[in-house]
Design a protein around this ligand. Structure first.
Ligand code: LLP
Length: 429
């Protein structure tokens, strides 16, 4: 089987292989549920961006939220990537993984004073500011420490990315960015604030975008603003077009990253902005197809209306199906012994919304392993402990080597920091 976007994750004679390692062997060795990532697939995705950007003044900022495992961040840092972060927690992760603060852009609508202080102290490259209130607080915080914060203003271009409403961010109705029509005044304000140094402009119109046109529309809107703001006397050194490029989960046909970048650069050049530094913030398109979630079949429960295949991974491990109705491919990890049946693949959590895939034809028996594909992005990073389920372990494969990059959580991890009540005289006998 050919897995789109994941040339090194293959089905070889019915065995799911992550590079040179069989998923079944990893499941036995590290137990399930288990996230497995292929470094070759990540390298392939990264090269697609890097090749298209070669020779350009650019910064590729991996969006940490997609997969924030320290080893994954370290992998990107070692390859010269910057990072797009949205919290103080993500900042500390990047630093712990050896990321360069001078390659960090700090996005997000709700940065706190403490987060600003810390990001200023480590001297991040840029704050992507989303409101006038944030701009004013940042100026105050920076001035208080005798610094000036480099900022980019995130503009909401009011462009429809044509994706799921929960992950569309560039519409007027979304909470993100400064409205396009308000942007010139916001830049003028920023340029007058004592603790602010205006560095650029940015936007991010959504995620899992499978069409290049909304990007070009958003870029055009940004360039209109660049011209207007510079005519007003505020120079802008960089343009940050955000992230959002989609991947193939089922039959989507997103543009290849290289093709998208080439198209945007062409537009930038055609409009006479080729000298500017360009920043990208991709997350999913760098790691999404590189990961699989391996899970064991616990029980088969055929029914009069639906057949349930109950596995040991659940919505707490993989929220995307429950939260967005996302379709993610599920395959057997080894050649089928059983007959193929149409199953709803569900987890052990006590909610009917706890499903990983519906109406999937699978030949499985209890004790077999199946894998959810394209689970490298927004899977483990969105995992929770609901139903007091420890979060899964993570493994990174490179060739024939598999490294445990995150241990499975223990029950002690889950209750750490909790306290029982003291004696309570009023408690009922
Ligand atoms: N930059 C900013 C400011 C963002 O908000 C995001 C994602 C990115 C970059 C990276 O976008 P990407 O290249 O990964 O599409 N949990 C959802 C996706 C939420 C995306 C949020 N923002 C999902 O599972 O589909």
């Amino acid at each position: 089987m050919d897995l789109p976007g994941a040339p090194d994750i293959t089905l070889r004679e019915g065995r799911l292989m992550v590079e040179g390692v069989a998923a079944v062997d990893l499941a036995r060795r590290f137990k399930t549920p288990l996230y497995v990532y292929s470094s070759a697939v990540m390298a392939h995705a990264l090269a697609s961006y890097q090749n298209a950007l070669a020779g350009r003044d650019h910064l590729l900022c991996y969006a940490v939220k997609a997969n924030s495992a320290l080893a994954v961040l370290q992998w990107f840092a070692r390859r010269g990537c910057g990072f797009d972060i949205v919290s103080g927690g993500e900042l500390e992760r990047v630093l712990a993984a050896g990321g360069d603060p001078q390659r960090i852009v700090f996005s997000g609508v709700g940065k706190t004073r403490a987060e600003m202080e810390r990001a200023l102290a480590v001297d991040v490259l840029c704050f992507n500011v989303e409101s006038i209130g944030e701009l004013e607080l940042l100026s105050e915080v920076a001035s208080g420490t005798g610094r000036r914060a480099r900022v980019s203003l995130r503009v909401n271009p009011d462009v429809d990315a044509k994706t799921h409403p929960y992950i569309s961010t560039g519409l007027r109705a979304n909470k993100f960015g400064i409205a396009h029509e308000d942007a010139p005044a916001a830049f003028a304000r920023a340029s007058r604030l004592p603790g602010i140094e205006v560095a650029g402009i940015d936007c991010h119109i959504g995620s899992q975008i499978v069409d290049a046109d909304p990007y070009v529309d958003a870029l055009d809107r940004l360039l209109d603003l660049v011209e207007r703001v510079e005519a007003d006397g505020v120079p802008l050194a960089h343009i940050d077009v955000g992230g959002g490029l989609g991947i193939t989960y089922r039959d989507e046909t997103p543009p290849d990253a290289g093709a998208l970048v080439a198209r945007l650069l062409e537009r930038i050049d055609a409009r006479g902005h080729g000298h500017r530094k360009i920043v990208f913030e991709p997350g999913r398109s760098l790691v999404g197809n590189a990961g699989v979630l391996v899970t064991e079949v616990l029980y088969l429960k055929p029914g009069s209306e639906r057949n349930f295949c109950i596995v040991d991974a659940a919505m707490n491990d993989l929220m995307r199906p429950a939260m967005y109705g996302a379709w993610m491919r599920i395959v057997e990890c080894a050649p089928a012994q059983a007959a193929a049946v149409t199953w709803d693949v569900v987890g052990p959590i006590c909610e009917s919304g706890d499903w990983l895939g519906r109406e999937r034809t699978l030949a499985v028996a209890p004790g077999d392993f199946v894998a959810v594909l394209s689970a490298g992005a927004y899977a483990m990073s969105m995992a929770s402990n609901y139903n007091t389920r420890p979060r899964a372990a993570e493994v990174m494969v490179s060739g024939s080597e598999a490294v445990l990059i995150r241990e499975r959580e223990s029950l002690a991890d889950l209750t750490r920091g909790e306290h029982l009540l003291g004696d309570d005289a009023r408690a009922p006998a």
